[in-house]
Design a protein around this ligand. Structure first.
Ligand code: SAH
Ligand code: SF4
Length: 371
């Protein structure tokens, strides 16, 4: 598709600088175009009014601005919005917007499927298909920004936070994810602070060690179990990078980071599996040397998986133990579950349980997104 033309959404700031240098243009063109793309969300060259007519004409011949296309949009009773976005290759990914009182969080995908195959995750259960390119990752933010309107125009920064908690393991798609994060942090693009961009990982230790060399965004760790025996079962990558090794790497990351001084620990509460009082005590113990806040996530069910969420009573008791051990704990409210937009429910499927839906193309999705 689109022949030889360069998709400008696939270029980082440095990439754009090189691109314009190759065209014999001054470096400031890169910043100008970056602003049009990521601050104003334009998708045509004619809107770039501070670019000369001749350069715009040239760009039309050699470049495109092309993000993922919306297949469906579902709006939950609680205001959560889930988009299924179609990629040129035919697969679908999902992006979720979660409005809260003082912030709006966009949850983005980094891969189609996931190779890590956690036993409680519907993305993992569909297997791995491929890594997303930069244009497909930042394209999710670009799309959402266009939907809400550019903050430069509306004066409202509707998307205040971005979390890499959608489909895929971001550290297994390192370079495009880092490029996307850099655009999120770049003043001439999305301009978010490092504290408002969170990378969530199942714990790919070598990649985490590499990450601290290039960024210090906020970090979330999908821990889910307080010992290796149980974590091996829930998060199989633990067999390769066990808890002790992983927490040391996390510590190195935090020590190196001005923005992410505190780790967010994600812990899915699964009935009868990882939710006992002993587990809570063990969890408090292994985390005692790491500045952290624990986010308990009630397990979200999905078809074909037999786990159940811990009861309210168990959740409370678990939380109580952690709190009495001096931990900071929040229990994540399940958002958007009426549209399958809650954690771990993202599979890129298209379904009919929606209140509002714009159906644009159904066929391509159904065929390709389940691996
Ligand atoms: N691969 C990364 C980021 C995507 S998963 C990671 O694992 O961290 C985002 C979060 O959703 C993770 O904490 C993950 O463990 C959680 N999650 C996955 N399946 C879930 C489910 N069925 N119920 C609740 N949370 C789930
Ligand atoms: Fe992959 Fe994260 Fe799901 Fe595990 S929880 S399978 S790492 S997306």
């Amino acid at each position: 598709m689109n022949g030889e033309k360069t998709n400008l959404l696939n270029l980082s700031l440095d990439g754009l600088k090189d691109y314009f240098a190759d065209l014999g243009e001054k470096p400031f063109r890169a910043t100008q175009v970056l602003k049009w793309l990521h601050q104003y969300g334009v998708d045509d060259f004619d809107s770039m009014t501070n670019i000369s007519k001749s350069l715009r004409g040239k760009l039309k011949d050699i470049a495109i601005i092309h993000g993922p296309e919306v297949v469906t949009q579902q709006i939950s009773d609680d205001g959560t919005i889930k988009w299924a976005l179609k990629l040129d290759s035919g697969q679908a990914i999902e992006t979720v917007f979660i409005p809260e009182k003082n912030r709006g969080t966009l949850c983005v995908s980094s891969q189609v499927g996931c190779v890590v195959d956690c036993s409680f995750c519907s993305t993992g259960s569909q297997g791995f298909n491929r890594n997303l390119e930069l244009s497909e990752i930042i394209g999710q933010v670009w799309h959402a920004m266009r939907y809400f309107g550019s903050a430069k125009v509306t004066g409202n920064r509707t998307i205040s936070n971005v979390v890499f908690m959608g489909m895929g393991e971001p550290l297994l798609n390192f370079d495009p994810v880092v490029d996307a994060m850099n655009l999120l942090l770049e003043d001439n693009a999305y301009g978010l602070s490092k504290r408002r961009v969170t990378l969530s990982t199942s714990g790919i230790v070598p990649a985490l060690d590499k990450l601290l060399e290039v960024t210090d965004v906020a970090l979330a760790l999908s821990l889910h179990a307080p010992n290796d025996k149980l974590r091996d079962e829930l998060v199989p990558i633990n067999k390769k990078y066990p808890i002790d090794v992983l927490l040391k790497s996390v510590k190195r990351y935090l020590d190196n980071s001005a923005a992410a001084r505190k780790l967010t620990v994600e812990y899915v509460m699964i009935d009868g599996l990882n939710d006992s009082i002993d587990h809570a005590c063990e969890l408090a113990k292994i985390l005692r040397n790491i500045p952290n806040k624990i986010n308990l996530i009630p397990y979200n069910p999905f078809p074909g998986n037999s786990y159940r969420s811990s009861s309210q009573k168990t959740l409370k008791a678990f939380e109580q133990i952690l709190v009495s051990n001096g931990m900071i704990v929040t229990t994540r409210k399940t958002r958007g579950d009426d549209i399958d937009a809650a954690c771990g429910q993202l599979v890129g499927k298209v379904n009919d349980r929606t209140r509002r839906m714009e159906r644009i193309d159904h066929k391509a999705i159904k065929v390709n997104n389940i691996v």
